[in-house]
Design a protein around this ligand. Sequence first.
Ligand code: F6R
Length: 263
Amino acid sequence: MQVVIVPTAEQVGRVAAAKVAKVVRDKADAVLGVATGSSPLAIYAELERRATAGELDFSAVRAFALDEYVGIDYAHEQSYHAVIRREVTERLGLNPALVHVPDGAASDIARACADYERMIREAGGVDIQILGIGANGHIGFNEPTSSFASRTRIKTLAPRTRADNARFFDDDLDQVPTHCLTQGLATILDAHRLVLVATGAGKADAVAAMVEGPLSSMCPGSALQLHPDATVVVDEDAAARLQLADYYRHTYAHLPAWQRYED
Ligand code: F6R
């Protein structure tokens, strides 16, 4: 795992976006794995800037979202269908027909999940998966004790996750859905590259457990330790509990120029 520590949240977005940009430059119809939440917004802002400047073209890029709530109308502005359309599809100029989000409104949930896995497979897999991490260590909505072998399925949101996400629902916990569909940990690990971003002191424990803790379903993010091409980009606050922070800084400062993400 490569850990990159930079001073600001904006730089976190820039470094992670550079890794995504390289994939899109090399493959016009790249398959992006996209996340919602606050963390990836700086990545999308930087990718939008590059697209507007004519440096990147997303018109043939395909995308698969990590997750979607169950029991929410897709017209609701906080449904992940709506969030992905607003923050990713429209900002980057993706073709909406090539952007997929799990169908949390499906009448046959098991079939919807199996179909989602099949679509990812038929697309040739995800070339680069963008991830955030929950304060409890979840990635996607794989809450603590999720199996490392899990695939797209329905999950019950942890109380901590619902409380954290109440900020998107007028701080009203009752409005926060109780269930979701999420790609599994094995689905995420199948992506060819992973880039996870985290900022702020509230993520410091989760980041330390993910990067330096034991491989454990109690911290689903620790699954990244199993991936051969995983990059974790954090700001100083989110890095505060990393024991080897100086080593990561040293390593990044001494990377050969061609391996650096900032360009
Ligand atoms: C979002 C997702 C979640 C979030 C995580 C962090 O699609 O799958 O794992 O990445 O909850 O959310 P923020 O970035 O809002 O702190």
